[in-house]
Design a protein around this ligand. Structure first.
Ligand code: 13P
Ligand code: ZN
Length: 296
């Protein structure tokens, strides 16, 4: 099992690093630890072959302040390729392009970066990390457009965008019609709690060239109504408030896709969950499920 803890152990509650007379490192900050743990967990799930997948986190003002002593502001501004004015000035912790998520825990400073956006939200500059060179993930435009949409629709609650090469989801995109309703019903019906974990359903995109502005715009359109976007023959994007909930969402979608594949492999369902079942779940958990997913 890979060890994910980086740096020294945390001091007990109430004892600051200064009181212990020790230098703290940026990787000791809790948002860094949360990111590193999630990257390692995703790699251990088999979702990040080679450099597949990427993760971005929008820092809080307090986190950016705590990380500021480790930042430098001498790198050039680079064009993002899309505009996210509502995120102007924000700081993002991001995977480096071509970096392997399994290596993040070994050398966060080489595989990750913190990027600051300019006030217009059209450019970024690396202010920490990628010490051996590089640039943020090629999916940075998609991540930032998703962050931008989610910032508005959740009132700033969502901070995490996660892209993974989830094998069951990818396999299922070869078999199931690429349609939001078909996919949402299939995944909800695979496992009872799915409708509770993603009551909004999932959106599905046809195959598109990855890494550019077009797929970024199409994905962010889906993110206006969903927390999950499926990319045909490629993988999954998930959005959430915390590392835990976003990882859990990805896990739940991938597990449901895997169960659905097993059902198909076993000759198809002889019986399955019904619209009435979903309505009953919604009542129990106080959820409003979109009407379009409740048609038989
Ligand atoms: P990056 O290495 O640029 O993050 O690309 C990986 C990927 O999954 C592209 O979709
Ligand atoms: Zn990818």
């Amino acid at each position: 099992m890979m060890k994910w803890v980086v740096g020294r152990f945390r001091p007990p509650p109430g004892i600051t690093w200064e009181k212990r007379g020790m230098d703290m490192r940026i990787t000791d900050l809790s948002f860094m630890q949360g990111y590193i743990r999630m990257a390692t967990d995703g790699a251990n799930m088999g979702w990040h072959e080679r450099n597949g997948g990427n993760l971005t986190y929008r820092l809080t003002a307090e986190e950016a302040e705590a990380a500021a002593p480790y930042m430098t502001f001498d790198k050039p501004w680079e064009d993002i390729g899309v505009a996210v004015p509502n995120l102007g000035g924000a700081f993002f912790l991001a995977t480096g392009s071509g970096k392997f998520l399994r290596n993040v825990c070994l050398a966060p400073q080489d595989n990750l970066c913190i990027a600051q956006l300019n006030e217009a939200g059209t450019q970024y500059r690396v202010v920490w990390g990628l010490e051996q060179g590089g640039r943020p993930t090629s999916e940075f435009p998609s991540h930032l457009m998703n962050h931008s949409v989610k910032f508005d629709v959740t009132g700033g609650k969502h901070r995490v965008i996660y892209h993974a090469h989830t094998p069951a989801v990818i396999a299922l995109t070869n078999v199931l019609e690429l349609d939001d309703i078909v996919w949402t019903r299939a995944l909800w019906s695979a496992m009872t709690e799915c409708a509770v974990v993603f009551p909004g359903g999932v959106g599905v995109l046809p195959w598109m060239v990855c890494g550019g502005a077009e797929i970024a715009k199409a994905t962010s359109e889906l993110m206006k109504q969903y927390d999950v976007a499926i990319w045909a023959f490629h993988g999954t994007f998930a959005s959430g408030e915390s590392f835990d909930t976003t990882f859990g969402l990805m896990h739940c979608v991938e597990k449901a896709a895997d169960i659905y594949l097993r059902i198909l492999s076993a000759g198809g369902a002889k019986q399955t969950m019904t619209t009435e079942n979903f309505v009953a779940i919604a009542a129990l958990f106080g959820l409003t499920l979109p009407e379009k997913f409740l048609q038989d």
